[in-house]
Design a protein around this ligand. Structure first.
Ligand code: APR
Length: 312
């Protein structure tokens, strides 16, 4: 079988780490795409990564380009094109800059790699992935957004540290929009099957929930730009689930068509990812409190979606 092809739109901080992980896991050959002004930068990064394979032993080609024709035949397309947050900005503040970019990317991807499984990372995530799907008309199983895996990972790390447990044993689930009112689902968060409330006090949990919600912002404040290692590995887990038909249950932004009581909305829900893409949305029994928090989060996501829809 020919090697799979991973297309990365945006060769910046997340794009570079995505390429690094895709190569080291030998997911396939990697095409690192950026705008013409950054073509040499993309080519340089690709060359650096490819030279590293002579030492790591990974069999993968890495190409840098600003030519969409090089994306033909892409199996997985991961989109980070856009401007990241600066200190003091919310994700929603990025609509003005990132909306024209996602539209440009959608038009080109539709033309050059219409069959790819697409993972959007650009912020504001839920609105950008919505716009990508609307603009391309691709099947909903083929277009998802990366947010829940990252938000859940952040929550899982804080829980592991607080409970003095291994990160391997923590199963955390964060759903809803990728914003300050994302919803940690405590009823489905365990330390190796043990309900988290048995091991961690309510006070500590509340603090960790707050820190998770502001987790991206904490890093923006420290670094002056947004996170990239954890976002990249989150998307790679999703890509690998698709390429390996792993049927993993991962929290992803998926198009809701009645699930959880919402329609025409991309929002974080548990999704089975396999060779069919987003094969199934899993319905969880949420507590009344969780449903309430999800409704609040959905309201915020709907506002940004409506803003995006209103802009011609
Ligand atoms: N097509 C392709 N690439 C583009 C386009 C476009 N139309 N417009 C911008 N880019 C590129 C930029 O040139 C830049 O190299 O996207 C890249 C983004 O890289 P960084 O600025 O390093 O940003 P990064 O940290 O990777 O984050 C990208 O992901 O998490 C989100 O909020 C974050 O929206 C931001 C995105």
């Amino acid at each position: 079988m020919a090697r799979r092809k991973i297309g990365l739109i945006g060769a910046g901080n997340i794009g570079g780490e995505l390429a690094n992980l895709a190569v080291s896991r030998e997911l396939g050959d990697v095409v690192l795409f950026d705008i013409p002004a950054k073509e040499n930068f993309a080519k340089g990064k690709a060359l650096d990564l490819e030279q590293a394979t002579a030492l790591s032993g990974a069999d993968a080609k890495v190409t840098g380009t600003s030519n969409w024709a090089d994306l033909a035949g892409t199996d997985v397309l991961i989109i980070t094109a856009g401007i990241p947050r600066k200190p003091g900005q919310s994700r929603d503040d990025l609509v003005e800059t990132n909306l024209p970019i996602i539209r440009n990317v959608a038009d080109n991807a539709k033309k050059h790699c219409p069959d790819a499984f697409v993972i959007v990372i650009s912020n504001p995530l839920d609105a950008m992935v919505y716009e990508y799907k609307r603009r391309t008309g691709a099947p909903r199983a083929k277009v998802v957004g990366m947010a829940g895996v990252l938000d859940s990972a952040r929550f899982a790390l804080f829980l592991a540290r607080e409970a003095n447990a291994s990160v391997k044993d923590v199963r955390a689930m964060v759903l809803g929009g990728h914003g300050d009112d994302m919803v940690p689902i405590l009823s489905h968060t365990t330390i190796n099957g043990i309900p988290v409330q048995k091991l961690v006090s309510k006070e500590a949990l509340d603090k960790m929930i707050d820190r998770t919600r502001k987790g991206g912002g904490e890093i923006v404040t420290l670094m002056g730009t947004s996170a990239y290692y954890a976002p990249a590995i989150s998307a790679i887990e999703m890509a690998e689930a698709y390429l390996g038909d792993q049927k993993r249950v991962l929290p992803c932004a998926a198009l809701l068509e009645g699930e959880y009581g919402y329609s025409d909305l991309y929002m974080g829900v548990p999704v089975v990812i396999g060779a069919g893409g987003a094969e199934r949305i899993v319905a969880l029994d949420l507590t009344a409190e969780e449903k309430g928090m999800l409704a609040k989060s959905a309201e915020s996501v709907q506002k940004v979606r409506d803003l995006v829809k209103s802009k011609a």
